[in-house]
Ligand binder design. Structure first.
Ligand SMILES: Cc1cc2nc3c(=O)[nH]c(=O)nc-3n(C[C@H](O)[C@H](O)[C@H](O)COP(=O)(O)OP(=O)(O)OC[C@H]3O[C@@H](n4cnc5c(N)ncnc54)[C@H](O)[C@@H]3O)c2cc1C
Ligand code: SF4
Length: 513
């Protein structure tokens, strides 16, 4: 009888996963493994590790209940070889397996490790593409081929047509593809947010939490108050809760930030979605139904669906199209080390300390905190994008390279030279002040453009534009910024650049900023 190993990775926890679909319960054995190599290739947030291991254990139990034979390796098993490829070798020998069924992993690192194993191994490796995405690599490449620029908006429209989501025949409902213009409200006083659904850890999850506390005691991030869903039925309850309580205002407050609210109207579903506990279409259909029933306005439903069938799919397309060297790109030649306050939250910049503090507590920050606070500062200050990439990959519970790298290297740091973004996402403190209530609690003054208490974002914004003039001056989307800079009095420009230089010197010398 033929025995094949069916590899299920920690972010492939869906019964519909391709390798499982290609296997048979009678003669194939599911292999799942908690290994040090995966848990520590970057120093992941302990909540992220705990979430993945707990969800893996519960998924394995579900498969066993469903009649599958599962060979599961726990992190502290004495015979654990602690890497995915060596676990396949060990399990292959144990069961006399002749083949391995794989669903394509979401990181080049692991794809390459498995490819070299398959070159050497007597077992026959069968690769399956990951069908949990709307666009296959071939479809994305066909869309991208021959285009001068790969703008997400046009890809997104194709995904709307393909799925039929929010479509009226071949036209978008309410006559517009994109309602982003309505989605830039700051959170007004009195707006109320109930936050994501929280789950008390069950005994299996508690066991994992104890293990992670013992094995990863010094990783950045707190394990306290772990509340994540760890199986599909809980994740579905979290989805229903979001659709009911937060989707209606998702659009309005998508870009807002509040000192005392970590989640606002965000769904906080990305970690479930990326691990396979939820299906992207299922989520989008739930949002569409809410819209059709009159429970959510079009700007909310469209904005939310765009993030998933647009941005999420587009980012994956870019990652696989650009290849394994993508995270190492550094188009702007930035080389400054990542400041310590990305780990300690110890900075006078209130917006950054808030974002890092909440990341430490929750392994979560919402999009605008990632893009316009921590990302914006790193870009303005000229931090080495690879270090920025490793930070984001480590600290967020939803971070896997296929989605994190294009967001960081592409969207946030412009290190891919403009594949993802047509211009860099940079802003002065004025944007953060408009979209948040942070600045009134800050030691720096957002209205001050120069001087010792000037908001560092104000100084660094002009410093960035000035030092990258050759690259960006002729970009039509940046012309206005350069005109404003050029209209400034020469002495004032010099003062801004000198103050920005002094700030960067302080940063480099490790003085508190
Ligand atoms: C610098 C930076 C790093 C990021 N790293 C990651 C990451 O590692 N993993 C990750 O899933 N997302 C990442 N994002 C995208 C986005 O910030 C997160 O998906 C979002 O904050 C997750 O929170 P949420 O579930 O509450 O999202 P919501 O605001 O509720 O959005 C709904 C869903 O849309 C999807 N989505 C939204 N924006 C994006 C995007 N730009 N790319 C891909 N999917 C998107 C997510 O699946 C998300 O759950 C990053 C963005 C930036 C700017
Ligand atoms: S003043 Fe500047 S540094 Fe302080 S919170 Fe506002 S934007 Fe951030």
């Amino acid at each position: 009888m033929v025995t094949r190993l069916v590899l299920i990775l920690g972010d492939q926890l869906s019964p519909e996963i391709a390798a499982l679909q290609a296997a048979g319960k009678a003669h194939d054995i599911v292999v799942m493994a908690e290994v040090t190599a995966e848990a520590s290739y970057v120093r992941h947030h302990p909540k992220k590790i705990a979430f993945i291991f707990a969800a893996m254990r519960k998924f394995a139990a579900r498969l066993r209940d469903d009649g599958w034979q599962v060979a599961y390796t726990r992190l502290d098993d004495t015979d654990n070889t602690n890497a995915i490829d060596s676990e396949l070798v060990r399990r292959g020998a144990e069961f006399g397996a002749t083949g391995v069924l794989i669903t394509e992993p979401g990181e080049w690192r692991l794809i390459e490790a498995l490819r070299s194993l398959s070159d050497e191994s007597p077992m026959e490796f069968r690769w399956n593409s990951d069908s949990r995405f709307l666009a296959s690599h071939a479809e994305f490449d066909a869309w991208a081929e021959g285009r001068k620029s790969l703008r997400m908006e046009y890809f997104y429209r194709d995904m709307r047509r393909k799925t039929g989501l929010l479509m009226d025949g071949d036209q978008p409902v309410e006559g517009k593809w994109n309602f982003d213009h309505d989605n830039r409200k700051p959170a007004s006083d009195g707006a109320e947010f109930s936050g994501p659904m929280r789950f008390t850890p069950d005994p299996e999850t508690q066991q994992v939490l104890d293990l992670v506390a013992q094995k990863f005691p010094s990783n950045f991030g707190s394990l306290d108050d772990f509340w994540f869903a760890t199986d599909t039925s809980q994740a579905r309850r979290a989805l229903t809760h979001f659709i009911k309580t937060a989707l209606p205002t998702f659009g309005d407050y998508q870009d807002a930030m509040l000192r005392d609210d970590r989640f606002l109207s965000h769904s906080v579903l990305s970690m479930y979605l990326n691990a396979g506990l939820l299906d992207p279409l299922e989520i989008c259909q739930a949002a569409e139904t809410a819209y059709k029933n009159g429970d959510a306005p079009i700007n909310a439903a469209e904005g939310f669906i765009r993030q998933i069938i647009g941005w999420r799919e587009y980012m994956r397309g870019i990652y696989f199209r650009e290849g394994p060297d993508y995270p190492r790109r550094n188009a702007l030649n930035h080389s400054r080390g990542l400041p310590d306050f990305y780990w300690s939250a110890d900075t006078k910049m209130y917006c950054i300390s808030k974002a890092v503090e909440q990341t430490q507590a929750e392994a979560y920050a919402h999009h605008i905190q990632r893009l316009m606070v921590t990302g914006n500062f790193a870009l303005l200050a000229g931090i080495d994008p690879f270090q920025v990439h490793e930070w984001y990959l480590a600290v967020y519970a939803d971070a896997y390279e296929w989605v994190e790298a294009p967001n960081v290297i592409g969207m946030s740091q412009f290190a891919d030279g403009g594949i993802v973004g047509s211009k860099p996402y940079v802003s002065s403190g004025a944007y953060i002040d408009r979209m948040s209530d942070y600045c009134k609690s800050c030691a720096y003054k957002v209205k001050h453009k120069t001087g010792p208490d000037a908001c560092p974002f104000n100084l660094l914004y002009w410093h960035f534009l000035d030092r990258h003039r050759d690259r960006f001056e002729s970009n039509p989307r940046m012309a206005q910024m350069y005109r404003t800079w050029d209209r400034m009095d020469g002495d004032r420009r010099e003062t801004v650049l000198a103050d920005a230089g002094a700030f960067l010197e302080k940063l480099d010398s490790g003085q508190p900023v």
